[in-house]
Design a binder for this molecule. Structure first.
Ligand code: PGA
Length: 234
C-alpha cells in the first residue's frame, strides 16, 4: 500500500430500489455499530443511483457512518435545457466523488473521450473529485484527474465477484506502477474487477495500488462490511 488511506469505492451500478438501499444501510449500520472498523487506513466511498443520494446522505449523517457518497456518472453539460441530465452543479452538495467513463457507460451508453473530458471539467468546476475509469493501461487520462480506476473489462463480474477471475494483484500493481511513471506519483490508482472479501488483502499489500472498486461485492451489506474489515487487517 503506497499511502494511506486505502480507498474502497463501492459501485452499486443500476441496482436497488430505495427500499433495498435503505435496508442495505440498516444492515451495514448494525454490523458497523457492533464492530466498528478502524478507518484511519481506509476511505470508504459508495456510489448508489442518483435517486438515492438525498436519503442516503441523511442516513449516513444520522447514523454517523464513515461513508462518503459518490455519483456513478454526471452530465457533460451544465444545468439548463438538457432533459434528463444530472449536472455537476446539482450533485455538488450531495457527493464528493463521481465515476467517469466506467466501462459499462462506454459500452452501453457509447460514451466517448471528448464527452468524458467535459464531464471531468464540469466535476472539477463543482469541486467534485472525478474517479476516471480506464480499461487499458495505454488509455489517455485527462488533465484534472487525481484518482483513476483501472478496470479491465474481462475481469468485471456480472454481479457475483466469486464467479469471475480478477486481474491478479501483482499485474494490477504493475499497471498502477506504469501509470504512475507516466502521470506522476501523485496520481492515485485503484483496481476494479471481481474484488471480494477473500482476495482484497492481496490488493492492499501492493506497493502502487491505492484502492479498489468493488461492484458485485458492494451489493450486500455484510459482504461489503467484510471486504472493508479484511482490507483494514483488523
Ligand atoms: P465487479 O465490478 O467488482 O462486480 O467486478 C468492478 C467494476 O465494475 O469495475
Amino acid at each position: 500500500m503506497p499511502s494511506t488511506p486505502f480507498v474502497i469505492v463501492g459501485n452499486w451500478k443500476s441496482n436497488k430500489t430505495i427500499d433495498e438501499a435503505i435496508h442495505w444501510f440498516q444492515d451495514f449500520s448494525v454490523l458497523w455499530t457492533k464492530q466498528p472498523i478502524v478507518t484511519e487506513q481506509i476511505k470508504i466511498i459508495l456510489c448508489p443511483a442518483f435517486i438515492h443520494l438525498t436519503q442516503l446522505t441523511s442516513f449516513i449523517d444520522s447514523h454517523h457512518l464513515p461513508i462518503a457518497l459518490g455519483a456513478q456518472d454526471v452530465s457533460p453539460y451544465e444545468s439548463g435545457t438538457y432533459t434528463g441530465g444530472i449536472s455537476a452543479e446539482m450533485l455538488k452538495r450531495l457527493v464528493s466523488y463521481s465515476l467517469v467513463g466506467h466501462s459499462e457507460r462506454r459500452q452501453h451508453f457509447h460514451e466517448q473521450e471528448a464527452e468524458l473530458i467535459k464531464k471531468v471539467e464540469r466535476l472539477r468546476k463543482a469541486g467534485i473529485e472525478p474517479i476516471y475509469c480506464v480499461q487499458k493501461p495505454d488509455q489517455e487520462i485527462p488533465q484534472g484527474c487525481n484518482l483513476v480506476a483501472y478496470e479491465p473489462v474481462w475481469a468485471i463480474s456480472r454481479g457475483d465477484p466469486y464467479a469471475t477471475k480478477p486481474e491478479s494483484a501483482e499485474n494490477a500493481n504493475q499497471i498502477a506502477s506504469q501509470l504512475k511513471q507516466k502521470y506522476g506519483t501523485n496520481l492515485k490508482i485503484i483496481y476494479g474487477g471481481s474484488t471480494n472479501p477473500d482476495n482484497v488483502a492481496s490488493y492492499v499489500k501492493q506497493e502502487f495500488l491505492d484502492g479498489i472498486l468493488p461492484g458485485g461485492a458492494s451489493l450486500k451489506a455484510d459482504t461489503f462490511y467484510h471486504l472493508i474489515r479484511n482490507a483494514s487487517g483488523n
